[in-house]
Design a protein around this ligand. Structure first.
Ligand code: GLP
Length: 254
Protein backbone atom coordinates (compact mmCIF):
# COMPACT_ATOMS: atom_id res chain seq x y z
CA UNK A 1 0.00 0.00 0.00
CA UNK A 2 1.23 3.43 -0.89
CA UNK A 3 0.38 6.38 1.35
CA UNK A 4 0.27 9.98 0.18
CA UNK A 5 -0.37 12.74 2.70
CA UNK A 6 -1.45 16.04 1.17
CA UNK A 7 -1.67 19.24 3.17
CA UNK A 8 -5.32 20.02 2.54
CA UNK A 9 -8.52 18.26 1.62
CA UNK A 10 -8.55 20.12 -1.70
CA UNK A 11 -5.07 18.83 -2.53
CA UNK A 12 -6.13 15.32 -1.53
CA UNK A 13 -9.01 15.53 -4.04
CA UNK A 14 -6.78 16.91 -6.81
CA UNK A 15 -4.18 14.24 -6.21
CA UNK A 16 -6.82 11.47 -6.53
CA UNK A 17 -8.30 13.11 -9.64
CA UNK A 18 -4.87 13.25 -11.29
CA UNK A 19 -4.36 9.53 -10.68
CA UNK A 20 -7.80 8.78 -12.14
CA UNK A 21 -7.12 11.01 -15.15
CA UNK A 22 -3.80 9.25 -15.76
CA UNK A 23 -5.59 5.89 -15.89
CA UNK A 24 -8.30 7.31 -18.18
CA UNK A 25 -5.64 8.54 -20.56
CA UNK A 26 -3.95 5.13 -20.61
CA UNK A 27 -7.24 3.32 -21.29
CA UNK A 28 -10.05 5.26 -22.90
CA UNK A 29 -12.73 2.64 -22.13
CA UNK A 30 -11.92 2.62 -18.40
CA UNK A 31 -14.39 1.00 -15.99
CA UNK A 32 -14.62 3.32 -13.01
CA UNK A 33 -16.29 2.78 -9.67
CA UNK A 34 -16.59 5.96 -7.65
CA UNK A 35 -17.43 6.57 -4.00
CA UNK A 36 -20.06 9.06 -2.97
CA UNK A 37 -20.38 11.08 0.25
CA UNK A 38 -18.59 14.26 1.30
CA UNK A 39 -15.00 13.10 0.78
CA UNK A 40 -14.95 12.68 -3.03
CA UNK A 41 -16.48 16.09 -3.88
CA UNK A 42 -13.10 17.82 -4.42
CA UNK A 43 -11.88 14.94 -6.55
CA UNK A 44 -15.01 15.03 -8.71
CA UNK A 45 -14.71 18.82 -9.08
CA UNK A 46 -11.15 18.40 -10.27
CA UNK A 47 -12.21 15.70 -12.77
CA UNK A 48 -14.83 18.12 -14.13
CA UNK A 49 -12.17 20.86 -14.37
CA UNK A 50 -9.79 18.50 -16.16
CA UNK A 51 -12.60 17.71 -18.62
CA UNK A 52 -13.57 21.34 -19.23
CA UNK A 53 -10.12 22.89 -19.28
CA UNK A 54 -7.82 20.10 -20.36
CA UNK A 55 -10.11 17.93 -22.47
CA UNK A 56 -10.22 14.84 -20.23
CA UNK A 57 -12.41 12.51 -22.27
CA UNK A 58 -15.20 10.48 -20.65
CA UNK A 59 -16.88 9.44 -23.91
CA UNK A 60 -15.81 5.79 -23.57
CA UNK A 61 -15.74 5.63 -19.76
CA UNK A 62 -18.08 3.29 -17.91
CA UNK A 63 -19.09 4.18 -14.38
CA UNK A 64 -20.55 1.85 -11.76
CA UNK A 65 -22.02 3.12 -8.51
CA UNK A 66 -20.52 0.96 -5.78
CA UNK A 67 -23.63 1.12 -3.62
CA UNK A 68 -27.14 2.52 -3.45
CA UNK A 69 -29.78 2.95 -0.76
CA UNK A 70 -32.64 0.46 -1.03
CA UNK A 71 -35.77 2.32 -2.09
CA UNK A 72 -34.12 5.50 -3.43
CA UNK A 73 -34.45 5.55 -7.21
CA UNK A 74 -32.07 7.34 -9.58
CA UNK A 75 -34.08 10.56 -9.46
CA UNK A 76 -34.23 10.79 -5.64
CA UNK A 77 -31.98 13.71 -4.61
CA UNK A 78 -30.33 11.61 -1.89
CA UNK A 79 -29.67 8.60 -4.08
CA UNK A 80 -26.07 7.90 -4.94
CA UNK A 81 -26.83 7.77 -8.67
CA UNK A 82 -28.30 11.27 -8.40
CA UNK A 83 -25.13 12.36 -6.59
CA UNK A 84 -22.80 11.12 -9.32
CA UNK A 85 -25.10 12.52 -11.97
CA UNK A 86 -25.02 15.91 -10.31
CA UNK A 87 -21.32 16.04 -9.42
CA UNK A 88 -19.93 14.34 -12.50
CA UNK A 89 -22.07 12.89 -15.27
CA UNK A 90 -24.00 16.02 -16.21
CA UNK A 91 -20.79 18.04 -16.34
CA UNK A 92 -18.69 15.77 -18.54
CA UNK A 93 -19.14 13.91 -21.83
CA UNK A 94 -19.96 10.50 -20.36
CA UNK A 95 -22.55 8.40 -22.19
CA UNK A 96 -25.42 7.81 -19.68
CA UNK A 97 -25.89 4.36 -21.22
CA UNK A 98 -22.54 3.54 -19.65
CA UNK A 99 -23.51 4.59 -16.13
CA UNK A 100 -24.85 1.90 -13.83
CA UNK A 101 -26.11 1.46 -10.30
CA UNK A 102 -27.71 -1.44 -8.42
CA UNK A 103 -31.45 -1.82 -9.01
CA UNK A 104 -32.83 -0.78 -5.63
CA UNK A 105 -36.51 -0.46 -6.47
CA UNK A 106 -36.92 -4.15 -7.35
CA UNK A 107 -38.96 -6.41 -5.05
CA UNK A 108 -36.32 -9.11 -5.22
CA UNK A 109 -33.27 -7.26 -3.94
CA UNK A 110 -31.15 -10.40 -3.75
CA UNK A 111 -31.68 -11.13 -7.45
CA UNK A 112 -31.01 -7.48 -8.27
CA UNK A 113 -27.76 -7.62 -6.31
CA UNK A 114 -26.65 -10.79 -8.12
CA UNK A 115 -27.49 -9.19 -11.45
CA UNK A 116 -25.27 -6.24 -10.58
CA UNK A 117 -22.28 -8.47 -9.84
CA UNK A 118 -22.86 -10.24 -13.15
CA UNK A 119 -23.08 -6.94 -15.01
CA UNK A 120 -19.79 -5.66 -13.56
CA UNK A 121 -17.90 -8.82 -14.57
CA UNK A 122 -19.60 -9.03 -17.99
CA UNK A 123 -18.41 -5.50 -18.69
CA UNK A 124 -14.84 -6.56 -17.89
CA UNK A 125 -14.64 -5.80 -14.17
CA UNK A 126 -13.59 -2.59 -12.44
CA UNK A 127 -10.33 -0.99 -13.59
CA UNK A 128 -10.19 1.68 -10.92
CA UNK A 129 -12.15 2.03 -7.72
CA UNK A 130 -12.13 5.23 -5.67
CA UNK A 131 -13.13 4.45 -2.09
CA UNK A 132 -13.95 6.59 0.89
CA UNK A 133 -14.00 5.14 4.41
CA UNK A 134 -16.71 5.29 7.06
CA UNK A 135 -15.81 6.30 10.64
CA UNK A 136 -16.28 2.64 11.58
CA UNK A 137 -13.94 1.40 8.83
CA UNK A 138 -16.60 0.41 6.31
CA UNK A 139 -15.81 0.63 2.61
CA UNK A 140 -18.57 1.00 0.06
CA UNK A 141 -21.36 -0.23 2.37
CA UNK A 142 -19.53 -3.26 3.76
CA UNK A 143 -20.11 -2.69 7.45
CA UNK A 144 -17.92 -4.11 10.25
CA UNK A 145 -19.35 -7.52 11.23
CA UNK A 146 -18.50 -11.10 12.13
CA UNK A 147 -18.50 -12.05 8.46
CA UNK A 148 -18.39 -10.10 5.20
CA UNK A 149 -19.90 -10.78 1.79
CA UNK A 150 -17.74 -11.20 -1.32
CA UNK A 151 -20.27 -10.12 -3.92
CA UNK A 152 -23.02 -7.54 -4.33
CA UNK A 153 -25.58 -7.93 -1.55
CA UNK A 154 -28.13 -6.19 0.64
CA UNK A 155 -26.56 -4.68 3.73
CA UNK A 156 -28.22 -3.43 6.93
CA UNK A 157 -26.63 -0.11 7.81
CA UNK A 158 -25.21 0.38 11.29
CA UNK A 159 -26.75 2.83 13.75
CA UNK A 160 -23.61 5.01 13.47
CA UNK A 161 -23.91 5.16 9.68
CA UNK A 162 -27.60 5.97 9.82
CA UNK A 163 -26.71 8.80 12.25
CA UNK A 164 -23.89 10.01 9.98
CA UNK A 165 -26.30 10.10 7.04
CA UNK A 166 -28.94 12.01 8.96
CA UNK A 167 -27.26 15.27 7.84
CA UNK A 168 -28.51 14.61 4.28
CA UNK A 169 -32.16 14.03 5.24
CA UNK A 170 -34.79 16.08 7.05
CA UNK A 171 -36.00 13.40 9.43
CA UNK A 172 -34.43 10.28 10.91
CA UNK A 173 -37.22 8.06 9.62
CA UNK A 174 -36.36 9.14 6.05
CA UNK A 175 -32.78 7.84 6.35
CA UNK A 176 -32.57 4.47 4.60
CA UNK A 177 -31.49 1.57 6.78
CA UNK A 178 -30.54 -0.80 3.95
CA UNK A 179 -28.35 -0.53 0.90
CA UNK A 180 -27.19 -2.70 -1.97
CA UNK A 181 -23.41 -2.67 -2.13
CA UNK A 182 -20.66 -4.43 -3.99
CA UNK A 183 -18.79 -6.86 -1.74
CA UNK A 184 -15.17 -7.33 -0.74
CA UNK A 185 -14.24 -9.63 -3.61
CA UNK A 186 -15.62 -7.20 -6.18
CA UNK A 187 -13.58 -4.43 -4.54
CA UNK A 188 -10.42 -6.56 -4.39
CA UNK A 189 -10.86 -7.66 -8.02
CA UNK A 190 -10.61 -4.00 -9.08
CA UNK A 191 -7.30 -3.51 -10.85
CA UNK A 192 -6.38 -0.30 -9.06
CA UNK A 193 -7.64 0.98 -5.71
CA UNK A 194 -7.50 4.53 -4.36
CA UNK A 195 -8.82 5.27 -0.88
CA UNK A 196 -9.27 8.86 0.21
CA UNK A 197 -10.01 10.34 3.64
CA UNK A 198 -9.94 13.83 5.04
CA UNK A 199 -10.65 15.73 8.24
CA UNK A 200 -10.06 15.05 11.90
CA UNK A 201 -13.21 12.96 12.11
CA UNK A 202 -11.47 10.22 10.10
CA UNK A 203 -8.14 10.33 11.95
CA UNK A 204 -9.11 7.69 14.53
CA UNK A 205 -10.22 5.07 12.01
CA UNK A 206 -7.22 5.86 9.79
CA UNK A 207 -4.99 5.27 12.83
CA UNK A 208 -6.71 1.93 13.54
CA UNK A 209 -6.43 0.96 9.86
CA UNK A 210 -2.81 1.96 9.26
CA UNK A 211 -1.22 1.34 12.67
CA UNK A 212 -2.02 -2.38 12.50
CA UNK A 213 -1.17 -4.72 9.66
CA UNK A 214 -3.76 -7.37 10.49
CA UNK A 215 -6.91 -8.08 8.52
CA UNK A 216 -10.21 -8.16 10.34
CA UNK A 217 -13.87 -8.17 9.36
CA UNK A 218 -14.33 -5.63 12.17
CA UNK A 219 -12.50 -3.13 9.97
CA UNK A 220 -13.51 -3.93 6.39
CA UNK A 221 -10.93 -1.49 4.92
CA UNK A 222 -8.18 -3.74 6.36
CA UNK A 223 -8.92 -6.22 3.54
CA UNK A 224 -7.24 -3.77 1.17
CA UNK A 225 -3.97 -5.15 2.54
CA UNK A 226 -4.61 -8.17 0.31
CA UNK A 227 -4.45 -6.02 -2.84
CA UNK A 228 -1.24 -5.20 -4.72
CA UNK A 229 -2.14 -1.78 -6.05
CA UNK A 230 -3.66 0.41 -3.34
CA UNK A 231 -2.94 4.11 -2.88
CA UNK A 232 -4.24 5.85 0.22
CA UNK A 233 -4.48 9.61 -0.07
CA UNK A 234 -5.10 11.61 3.10
CA UNK A 235 -5.06 15.21 4.15
CA UNK A 236 -2.95 16.12 7.15
CA UNK A 237 -5.92 16.10 9.51
CA UNK A 238 -6.94 12.54 8.66
CA UNK A 239 -3.28 11.48 8.91
CA UNK A 240 -2.88 13.21 12.29
CA UNK A 241 -2.88 10.07 14.45
CA UNK A 242 -0.68 7.78 12.35
CA UNK A 243 2.38 6.94 14.43
CA UNK A 244 5.57 7.91 12.58
CA UNK A 245 6.97 4.39 12.97
CA UNK A 246 3.80 2.94 11.46
CA UNK A 247 3.97 5.00 8.28
CA UNK A 248 4.15 2.66 5.33
CA UNK A 249 7.51 2.18 3.60
CA UNK A 250 6.32 3.87 0.45
CA UNK A 251 4.66 6.86 2.05
CA UNK A 252 5.19 10.38 0.81
CA UNK A 253 4.35 13.63 2.53
CA UNK A 254 3.90 16.74 0.43
C1 GLP B 1 -21.09 6.04 2.83
C2 GLP B 1 -20.74 5.51 1.45
C3 GLP B 1 -19.26 5.22 1.32
C4 GLP B 1 -18.48 6.42 1.80
C5 GLP B 1 -18.78 6.69 3.25
C6 GLP B 1 -18.03 7.87 3.83
O1 GLP B 1 -21.22 5.03 3.73
N1 GLP B 1 -21.46 4.32 1.14
O2 GLP B 1 -18.95 4.90 -0.02
O3 GLP B 1 -17.11 6.19 1.62
O4 GLP B 1 -20.17 6.96 3.36
O5 GLP B 1 -18.68 9.06 3.51
P1 GLP B 1 -18.11 10.51 3.74
O6 GLP B 1 -17.14 10.74 2.63
O7 GLP B 1 -19.30 11.42 3.62
O8 GLP B 1 -17.49 10.53 5.07
Amino acid sequence: MKLIIEKTSKEMGCSAAKMIAREMEKKLALNLCLATGATPIGCLQELVRLHKEEGLDFSKTTSFNMDEYVGLGKTHPQSYYYYLNQHLYQQVNIDRNNTFSPEVLAEASVAAANDYTKLIYEKGGIDLILLGIGRDGHISFNMPKEALHPYTHVEQLSEATVSDNLRFFEKRKEVPTEAITIGLKVILDSRKVILIADGEGKSKIIREFLNDDRITTKLPASFLRLHDDVTIILDEKAAGQIKPEMRLPESKRR
